[in-house]
Design a binder for this molecule. Sequence first.
Ligand SMILES: Cc1cc2nc3c(=O)[nH]c(=O)nc-3n(C[C@H](O)[C@H](O)[C@H](O)COP(=O)(O)OP(=O)(O)OC[C@H]3O[C@@H](n4cnc5c(N)ncnc54)[C@H](O)[C@@H]3O)c2cc1C
Length: 408
Amino acid sequence: MAEFTMELNDEQKEVRDWLHGFAADVIRPAAAEWDEREETPWPVIQEAAKVGIYSLDFYAQQYFDPTGLGIPMAMEELFWGDAGIALSIVGTGLAAVGVLANGTEEQIGTWIPQMYGDANDVKVAAFCSSEPDAGSDVASMRTRAVYDEAKDEWVLNGTKTWATNGGIANVHVVVAVVDAELGSKGHASFIVPPNTPGLSQGQKFKKHGIRASHTAEVILDNVRVPGSCLLGGKEKLDARLARAREKAQKGGGRVKNAAMATFEASRPAVGAMAVGTARAAYEVALEYAQTREQFGRPIIDNQGVAFQLADMRTSIDAARLLVWRASWMAVNGKPFTAAEGSMSKLFASETAKKVTAQAIQILGGNGYTREYPVERMHRDSAIYTIFEGTSEIQRLVIARTLAGMPIR
Ligand SMILES: Cc1cc2nc3c(=O)[nH]c(=O)nc-3n(C[C@H](O)[C@H](O)[C@H](O)COP(=O)(O)OP(=O)(O)OC[C@H]3O[C@@H](n4cnc5c(N)ncnc54)[C@H](O)[C@@H]3O)c2cc1C
C-alpha cells in the first residue's frame, strides 16, 4: 500500500502537466466549434491517439497507479479542457472496462484493440445497457439473448438507448437478459463485432450539453454473434446462473452484489470529470472577477462576489478529496462500507452544476453568451448528475449502504 501523502509524486505531476497541455492546446480551442457542430470530433480523437492519450495502454497505466490517483487526475485534466470532447476521447473506455471486467484473456486481446483502432484509423466503442424502460431500474431490462445451440450463436433482440458512441462504434458491448426470472442476476454481456447484420443506429439525440459526444439508440434486430462473443464464456455464465437460481430457491438471503462494488470503484471517475468542468468554470470566473471593473473597482472587491468564489473553490477542493479517497480505496481493495464511491460522484456532480451556474452569474451578461465558455460548461455539467446513476440513485445507494439494507 502506498504511504499516505497529500502530494502527487513527480511522475504524476509530469503526467498531469502533459495532459493539461493537451487539454489547453488541443481540446479547449476546439470546444466551441464541436459543441455547435454536435458531431464526434474525430480529428481531436486522432490527435489524442497520436500522442498516446487515446489508447488502452494509457488508461491501463493510469489505472495501475498504486495510489489510485492516475485515472481521476487524467479525467480532471481532460474534462477541464472540454466535457463533450473529453467524453468522445474517454467514452470507449466504458466498453473496454466492460470487457476487461468480464472477458477472457482472449476476448480482451481480440476486441479491445479493435475498439481503439490506431492513430491512422481511429475507432470508438459503445457500452449499451440502458433501455427506454430500463434506466435507473436496470433489472427491468428487456433486450433478450437466446442461445442457438446448433450453431453455437447468440441471437440478440431489443432496443438500447442513450448509448455513447452507439451506432458509430466499431465494437458494441451489449448487456442482455439470458434468464428473465433472475432479474439483474440473469444478465450477460456480449460483444457485437464490427459490421454485424441486424445492429443499427436509431435516433441520435440532440442534447442540452456534451454535444460533441455522440449519444444514440441502438436497435438489435436478430443480431447473431458467435458463442465466443459472450463475455467470460458459456461455462462461467452457466455456473453463475446455477448459483443465482440456487440462492433464489433458498429464498434469496443477502447476496453480495458484485455489480455494486464495480460501480463504487467506477463512479469516482465520473466525479473527477465533474471536478474538471467545475474547476474550468471557476478559473474563468476568478479571472473575470479580478479584471472586470464596476463602480470604479474590480468586482472581486465586492464581498458578494468574493465569497461566491471562496465557496466555489472550497466545494471543488472538497469534491476532489472525496474522489481521491474513493479512488484510493478502490485500488487498495478497501470495502466501500459507506458507499464512498457514490458519495464522491454525488458531491462532485452537484458541485459542478452549482459552480458553473455561479460562474455565469459572476460573468453577468457575458456569462450568458456563447462568447464565453461558462454557459457551455453549465450545460455540460448537467450530465454528471444523470449518467452512471442519477443523484437520487447515489443517495439511495448511500442511504441503503449506511442502513445495511440490500441494494437492488
Ligand atoms: C448523454 C448521456 C449518455 C449516456 N451514456 C450511456 C451509455 O454509454 N451507456 C448506457 O448504457 N447508458 C448511458 N446513459 C444512460 C444513463 O445512465 C441513464 O440516463 C440514467 O441511468 C438514468 O436513467 P433514465 O434516463 O431512464 O432516468 P429514470 O431512471 O427514468 O429517472 C428519471 C428520474 O427519476 C428518478 N428516479 C428513478 N428511480 C428513483 C428512485 N428509486 N428513487 C428516487 N428517484 C428515482 C431519477 O433520479 C431521475 O431524476 C447515458 C445518458 C445520457 C443522458
